[in-house]
Design a protein around this ligand. Structure first.
Ligand code: SAM
Length: 428
């Protein structure tokens, strides 16, 4: 197995909320770097890797300001789940699972989200890496439980059952682990009769509800996301926040370090930030990271974003500057900003690539797709402007000084989002 390392960037986070990191790239490189620098320091790792489906997943993202039915959309590659063979898939997964194990604290847990087709094979890998756990004896390191996440929807096959569940494989690194009991509402029948007839007159229903079984079918964690739900960022295979909230709540505590190395649309980071965990996400798909970044920013979290390499220059867009006013605009009359999902200004000098430190940012999100185009920024050095497009590509955009008249000829359309690091002050 070759050993590839890549340094993670220095902390450049600016937000006020719980600290998080987003790594854009192949997760094996990130895992090697983390094992070198931060081994045995994570309390919980959750992953929802490709399931060996031999499919390509495409997102249908909105473009421009509209988000309603009939608004323009663009098909964008989310990720490929194609492999030479099942063995190839398992080999690649095993390398990463071994690294994840080394990242866990002795009390840490790993939760692997797979489906019923690949689950048995992945369990064999995990048993080998972590131990047989409960299969051997209660309390032994390794396998703790297989949780069945049941959901509805779909057609009606004639010759078999509707297989509507995924499998969550929980492993602990040692014989000590975090488990905060979770509850579900009692069934209507139980509530009606109180249980007293079954368990005796002194038995009372608990106010928190019934202890959660290892099968989750309750309404709180259902899979189907409404097309108009605020949490629906249209990333294929996006998992509901309520499911992630349950996993994070049961298997970690506030202040713990948690990570998702197949992050997709970044829901795990969103929920971890809300629940007061220090979090890390990794994904190699540009469109996934484009969504995850914007989604996590919504929590107010302090985010350290790592994008390998430098953004290429894009001459379709320009940022006009007069004194402390900056405005993003298309370069030529025929072009639009419809493909722009996010833009930002970073203070100089250049940091040599990798670390992004956005002093001003404005971005589109579900239910609020209008982009703030102008900001006022008092900054001694010349800021760099970057654009993230709908496909998840980062572009560096030239900043050009102009006479005030050129900027004033158009009214300010929208106030952008803003944060204020040391050395620069600004307002959208
Ligand atoms: C099933 S999706 C995750 C969906 C996510 N749970 C969500 O709620 O949006 C799997 C993700 O793993 C990413 N991925 C696959 N192989 C990867 C690798 N080797 N390194 C980093 N990311 C990878 C894909 O780009 C994809 O976004």
């Amino acid at each position: 197995m070759s050993r590839r390392t890549e340094r993670l960037p220095p902390d450049v986070s600016q937000g006020a909320g719980f600290r998080g990191r987003i790594y854009h790239g192949e997760n094996e490189a990130a895992l090697w770097a983390l094992v070198e620098q931060e081994a045995a320091s994570f309390d919980l790792i959750y992953i929802d890797p490709p399931f060996h489906s031999n499919q390509q997943f495409t997102a249908e993202f909105p473009v421009g300001n509209g988000s309603g039915v009939g608004s323009p959309t663009r098909s964008v590659l989310a990720y490929e789940d194609r492999w030479e063979s099942r063995e190839h898939y398992l080999r690649e997964l095993e390398i990463r699972l071994a690294l994840m194990r080394d990242l866990l604290k002795p009390t840490g847990s790993l939760v692997v989200h797979v489906n019923w087709k690949i689950s048995p094979y992945v369990q064999v890998l995990l048993d080998r890496l972590f131990g047989d756990g409960e299969r051997d004896r209660p309390g032994a390191p390794g396998f703790r439980a297989e949780i069945i996440w049941g959901f509805g929807g779909g057609g009606a096959p004639r010759r078999t059952y509707r297989k509507k569940h995924d499998n969550l494989l929980w492993y602990s690194r040692s014989d000590t682990w975090t488990f905060n009991p979770a509850y579900r509402p009692y069934s209507a029948k139980t509530q009606e009769r109180g249980l007293t007839q079954v368990k005796g007159p002194s038995y009372e229903l608990r106010s928190e509800g019934a202890s959660l079984e290892s099968w989750w079918t309750d309404a709180a964690v259902q899979k189907i996301l409404s097309p108009t739900a605020r949490e629906n960022w249209k990333y294929p295979t996006q998992k509901p926040e309520a499911l992630l909230e349950r996993i994070i709540g049961v298997h970690s505590n506030p202040g713990d370090r948690v990570a998702d190395f197949y992050a997709g649309s970044g829901g795990f980071g969103v929920v971890a930030a809300r629940m007061g965990r220090e979090w890390m996400l990794a994904d190699e798909s540009p469109s996934a990271v484009g969504v995850a970044l914007r989604r996590c920013l919504e929590t107010g979290a302090a985010i350290e974003l790592f994008v390998p390499g430098e953004a290429r220059e894009n001459s379709e867009f320009v940022v006009w500057r007069h004194a402390d006013v900056f405005r993003l605009a298309p370069r030529s009359p025929g072009s639009t900003l419809d493909d722009v999902e996010y833009w930002s200004l970073d203070p100089g000098p250049p940091d040599g690539g990798g670390a992004y430190n956005h002093v001003f940012r404005s971005y589109r999100r579900p239910g609020h797709r209008t982009l703030g185009l102008e900001c006022r920024l008092r900054c001694g050095s010349a800021p760099r402007a970057r654009v993230l497009d709908v496909e998840g590509s980062w572009w560096s955009v030239p900043v050009r000084s102009v006479e005030l008249k050129a900027i004033e000829s158009e009214p300010i359309r929208e106030i952008g989002m803003n944060s204020q690091p040391s050395g620069c002050t600004g307002e959208g």
